[in-house]
Design a protein around this ligand. Structure first.
Ligand code: ZN
Ligand code: ZN
Length: 441
């Protein structure tokens, strides 16, 4: 057994609370936490668990502290190669002009390995120990991403991207091919874990988004996810141009017959031609489904996401550039929807969940400020209920991510039975990006 002594910043099950466990000990056996106790119980724990209270204990004192490894619930690994490029384009144009041409280069394994190994090492430096990745449509380079993660010791949920329409010929697959290749990827990726006590790589069924996936492809992928017990990731109601494009596809396919419409309609209008309802009808909305963005969500759609047990990946930085809106995060949390945070590289230019945490707080204040500026709240109540605190944002980056990936019993906080998946923060390390004050308020 290895024992770690120091300060542990520990998110509780209730997202409003983070515990500061000062001078505590965490006992770890084969990667799993056996106990979390005050250091005053060191001798007692040593007797119970049979470890040496000196040589088996690593001590981290001073200003150092542990946080649970952060979980990025939405990141496009190949896009790291063009981070920060052309963020002034609307989403659909950005995809065509920059994203698909870059991603298609990942048929070259050497190029893929170069980008992926740099990305994973950067993410680990920034405290991200688990990523929910989009790779590309290529099986071999998607497996290369898995091998890079394994080498670096990062937990990686990886999607070989499936798309069969509205993309260049060289960057899409026939429907049947995309389904077969996805199944082959699932089997091959799981093979990579052989010999590990705790698997690190897990394949994820990944219909890119409705504009590039036919209904046949999506229902085929839903069947694969059920057969192989895979998580699902896709994008939903991300931007105004994306929502409009999905509606136009729906009109073109004339799938909305009166007798097929079961949505409430009414003031919000028909929801059948929008992402959430379409995904649900195709069997893609379920526990373990992570929907990136969801900025233009309607309340009925949030209720459906909650009912199905799916989650939203909130990507505040990327949303500023591509979504023409801000996710009403506070409302989503109040409605009981599961939410994790995503960097959305390269829609988001920062491969860091610390930035995502900051932007989560800032974007919630943007919504609040707009309400105040427009006079919708005010007078004695100079505060709306839209703000999200840094505590909640850190909670979303850890426990929220764990819940989104159906791993809240294994990740996201320090508790017996969970994996010891931790980041040691040392504010006084050489070159530290911030300063520490003695006796600061
Ligand atoms: Zn309808
Ligand atoms: Zn994305």
């Amino acid at each position: 057994m290895r024992v770690y002594r120091g300060t542990f910043v520990n998110p509780l099950n209730d997202r409003r609370y983070i515990d500061f466990l000062r001078d505590h000990i965490v006992g770890v056996q084969d990667g799993t936490i056996a106990f979390v106790e005050p250091a005053s119980r060191l001798g007692e724990m040593a007797t119970i668990h049979g470890f040496n209270p000196e040589s088996d204990v690593s001590v981290f004192m001073g200003n150092q502290f542990f946080i649970p490894g952060m979980i990025d619930t939405h990141i496009h690994a190949p896009q790291y190669a063009f981070t920060g490029t052309a963020t002034s384009c609307p989403l659909m144009e950005w995809l065509e002009k920059f994203t698909y041409p870059t991603e298609s280069r990942f048929s070259d394994l050497g190029f893929a390995e170069q980008v992926y190994s740099k990305l994973i090492s950067r993410l680990l430096k920034n405290g991200c120990t688990t990523g929910l990745y989009y790779a590309t449509i290529h099986n071999e380079s998607s497996l290369a991403l898995a091998r890079c993660a394994l080498r670096a010791g990062q937990r990686a949920f990886i999607g070989k991207v499936a798309m069969d329409r509205n993309a260049p010929d060289h960057y899409r697959q026939a429907t049947a091919t995309a389904i077969e290749e996805t199944e082959r990827f699932i089997l091959d990726a799981r093979q990579l874990n052989s010999g590990l006590t705790h698997p690190l790589v897990e394949p994820v069924v990944t219909p890119r988004f409705i504009p590039t996936c036919t209904s046949d492809l999506m229902s085929g992928l839903a069947a694969l996810a059920a057969k192989h017990h895979c998580l699902i990731q896709t994008h939903a109601v991300e931007s105004i141009d994306e929502v409009a494009f999905v509606k136009s596809l729906h009109d073109a396919e004339a799938r909305h017959e009166d007798d097929a419409c079961h949505c409430s309609g009414g003031e919000t209008g028909c929801l059948c031609e929008r992402d959430i309802m379409i995904l649900d009808k195709l069997g893609l909305l379920k526990p373990g489904t992570v929907l990136a963005h969801a900025v233009h969500l309607k309340e009925e759609e949030a209720a459906l996401i909650k009912e199905r047990g799916a989650a939203i990946s909130h990507c505040p930085l990327s949303n500023y550039f591509f979504s023409q809106g801000v996710l009403p995060l506070r409302r989503c949390l109040d409605w009981g929807v599961t939410v994790g945070l995503g960097t959305d590289v390269a829609g988001g230019y920062a491969p860091s969940l610390l930035t995502a945490i900051r932007e989560t707080v800032v974007s919630s204040r943007t919504l609040e400020n707009r309400e105040l500026q427009e006079g919708r709240v005010g007078g004695p109540r100079l505060r709306s209920e839209l703000r999200v605190t840094w505590r909640e944002a850190l909670w979303l980056a850890t426990m929220g991510g764990a819940q989104s990936l159906m791993l809240a019993n294994r990740l996201g906080s320090f508790a017996p039975g969970k994996l010891f998946d931790a980041v040691l923060v040392d504010p006084q390390a050489p070159g530290s990006p911030f300063d520490v004050f003695i006796d600061a308020p």
